[in-house]
Design a protein around this ligand. Structure first.
Ligand SMILES: O=C(O)COP(=O)(O)O
Ligand SMILES: [Mg+2]
Length: 227
């Protein structure tokens, strides 16, 4: 009897790829048109996590500026146009990622991306970084009716990848990722090099790894083995 493959699901921003410089640049380009001063990398950890629309709205709140609901679509379009035109910009996979994806895939695991970034921005970014071929599913914050931390975003991604939720693992940098995993009953790994605005060891992940070299087959096996 062969057991089903393990599906290893990665968050994108701050987990697979260091996108912060480009997110900050596109956000600042967007809010500048309304006269708002630029935000910094430190600000980004509070702004990112729920996609571009929320990021823009949070930037206005951070600056104490009012934003009418009907102003958002044009600002979102301005963000998307700038971000898409610059891709991949300065965004790069984190150290050791490609080697980790190779060894996990070679061991027969299914790999997927579950991001709150819009799918239409996530796919070309992953493509331009040459990573598309590793993943059997890529879902964004607008792929389903719900997004992380809702469990259905994660379980829907696992199913699309060809896997099963009872043999899956989530890897992410923020509370949304770890909560989505917990809500889905899936073990999780947190990475400290991303954009969490709280200490990574307070998120309640099953494990914390500081480098993709630590994402070994043994660790995957240990976290996904049924007690
Ligand atoms: O872009 C965002 O707001 C969040 O993206 P992530 O889910 O890949 O971290
Ligand atoms: Mg993230």
């Amino acid at each position: 009897m062969t057991s089903p493959a393990t599906t290893i699901v990665f968050d994108l921003d701050g987990t697979l790829v260091d996108t912060a410089p480009d997110l900050v640049a596109s956000l600042n380009h967007t809010i500048a048109i309304k006269g708002l001063p630029p935000v910094s990398y430190e600000d980004l950890t509070h702004l990112v996590g729920q996609g571009a629309r929320v990021m823009i709205a949070r930037a206005f709140a951070l600056r104490g500026a009012s934003l009418a609901e009907d102003e958002l679509p044009a600002l979102l379009e301005r963000f998307i146009d700038h971000y898409a035109a610059g891709m991949p910009g300065q965004s790069r996979p984190y150290p050791g990622l490609t080697e980790a994806l190779e060894r996990l895939r070679d061991a027969g695991h299914l790999l997927a991306v579950c991001t709150n970034k819009m799918e239409g921005l996530a796919r070309p970014l992953i493509e331009k970084l040459g990573l598309t071929g590793y993943f059997t599913a890529i879902t964004g914050g607008d792929t389903f009716a719900v997004r992380k931390p809702d469990a259905a975003h994660l379980t829907g991604t696992v199913e699309m990848a060809g896997g099963v939720a009872h043999k899956a693992l989530m890897i992410g940098d923020s509370i949304n990722d770890i909560l989505a995993a917990r809500n889905a009953g899936i073990p999780s790994i947190a990475v400290p090099f991303g954009y969490s605005d709280v200490a990574i060891d307070t998120l309640g992940a099953s494990e914390v790894i500081g480098h993709f070299d630590e994402l070994t087959l043994e660790l995957v096996e240990r976290l996904t083995a049924k007690a």
